[in-house]
Ligand binder design. Structure first.
Ligand code: HEM
Length: 422
């Protein structure tokens, strides 16, 4: 099935079809020239996957508009609906009946209105910026440990030694998962990240289903334990937390815990990896950062803008809208190309240039905006700041071999990124 799909996509690309360009495996290597090409066609471009946005103005307006809702819970159905019938079987995922779905209708990221607000208020009341900041010294320790274990100096694969393990250790700290389970979590989180990338090959989608089944059983046990023992972690706080709509039930709690793992893992892995790659390509800016670590938070914003870890989010307009110079249709899945918005020359001067001193880098839309603005943004920023500070303390990193991109397009990152430290 994957081979047929690959051939089909290649054929569509050759014909210059917009859908073919978007699904072309080369998008995983470098999507940015394609975005410029799409933007020349207007702010909203039709395709066999539904309309695609290309400008910062339209993406931003749609994310914040009250008549625009999340398409996550219906993403597969909507994507299939916009495809020609003959193509649909190639893109249908495995049957997930009864399996916990961290992006589905029972999850915050797939809900809207008062239901969404209820869950979001509950989690925000315990996952506060102050609690995240309290993690800083522990994350600094972990980053140092990870780099020391890698030998401290010499050639390393930064994905393997730092970008991969740090975010999973951070989520374990947040959820109160013992560090001894971090490796299992890394495997589950990696398999599950496929869920955020509906274009992934079939065997990876099956592995994601298996990971979800195992995670559900794991969290079920952990929640029972925490109900008796309590703890200074988000999971224990969520068990206790109440809002006007009452407490979270068991299924909601498990879904939330899995969402925090899936949403917070590969995304942050890719921020650290993509940011490192940007520094490797711009050693003079890495040197500036090493000389003045107070520049690191601004540099992380530019990394988020320059090489966006989540390239697309999906939305539906509940009524037809005239917005950002476009006629937005009702009821269709619209792909908001965050990566294209972040390279829009109308907002960012010379957008394809990496510049840690860029004054308006923070206007990026990498964490989305509006009601579904990334709940873990402050944790992601903290992890990246800690990772780069630790890396640069060892010197300016240099390339040490061939960097290999992951094949996923929506979650943009590296499989392998060899660097020389020190
Ligand atoms: C939502 C990006 C890290 C938890 C989102 C969304 C984006 C995003 C684009 C909106 C998705 C949509 O509306 O369809 C990122 C990036 C990250 C990151 C680029 C790292 C660089 C994290 C972390 C956590 C987290 C570390 C938590 C531990 C969430 C949650 C939502 C979310 C719970 C759903 C919020 C809602 O629906 O109200 N993130 N994220 N994210 N993110 Fe993140």
């Amino acid at each position: 099935r994957d081979t047929i799909r690959g051939g089909l996509l290649a054929a569509m690309s050759r014909r210059g079809d917009v859908t073919g360009v978007l699904l072309d495996p080369r998008m995983a290597i470098d999507p940015y020239p394609a975005y410029d090409w799409l933007r020349e066609r207007g702010p909203l471009v039709p395709s066999n996957l539904g309309p695609m946005t290309t400008t910062h103005e339209l993406v931003n307006a749609l994310l914040r508009h009250p008549a625009v809702v999340s398409a996550n819970a219906r993403r597969e159905e909507l994507m299939l609906a916009s495809m020609p019938p003959g193509m649909r079987w190639l893109f249908r995922g495995p049957d997930r009946t009864g399996v916990v779905d961290p992006l589905g209708a029972e999850s915050m990221i797939g809900m809207d209105g008062p239901e969404h607000a209820r869950l979001r208020t509950l989690v925000s009341s315990v996952f506060t910026p102050a609690r995240v900041e309290r993690l800083r010294p522990r994350l600094e320790e972990i980053a140092e440990e990870l780099l020391d274990a890698a030998g401290g100096q010499g050639d390393v694969d930064v994905m393997h030694v730092l970008a991969g393990p740090l975010p999973v250790r951070a989520i374990c700290e947040v959820l109160g998962v013992p560090p001894s389970d971090a490796e299992r979590f890394r495997r589950w989180g990696r398999a599950g990240a496929v869920d955020l990338d509906s274009m992934a090959p079939a065997h990876e989608q099956h592995a994601a289903t298996q990971a979800l089944v195992e995670l559900e059983a794991y969290f079920d046990r952990l929640i029972s334990e925490r109900e008796h023992t309590g703890g200074d972690d988000i999971l224990s706080a969520l068990i206790e937390a109440e809002s006007e709509g009452g407490r979270l039930n068991r299924r909601e709690l498990i879904t939330m815990a899995v969402l925090l793992l899936f949403a917070g893992f590969e995304t942050t892995v890719n921020l650290i990896g993509n940011g490192t790659a940007a520094l490797l390509a711009h050693p003079e800016q890495a040197q500036d950062l090493r000389a003045d670590p107070s520049l690191v938070p601004g540099a992380v914003e530019e990394m988020l803008r320059y090489d966006t870890p989540v390239q697309v989010v999906a939305r539906i307009a509940t009524r037809e809208l005239r917005l950002g110079g476009a006629q937005v249709p009702a009821g269709e899945m619209i792909s908001l190309l965050l990566g294209a918005a972040n390279r829009d020359p109308a907002v960012f001067d010379d957008p394809h240039r990496f510049d840690i001193h860029r004054p308006n880098a923070r206007r990026h839309l990498s964490f989305a905006a509006g009601p579904h603005h990334c709940l873990g943004a402050s944790l992601a920023r903290l992890e990246a700041q800690v990772a780069f500070a630790a890396l640069l303390r060892r010197g300016v990193p240099r390339p040490a071999g061939e960097a290999v991109r992951r094949r996923t397009y929506i979650l943009r990152g590296f499989e392998r990124l060899p660097v020389a430290l020190g």
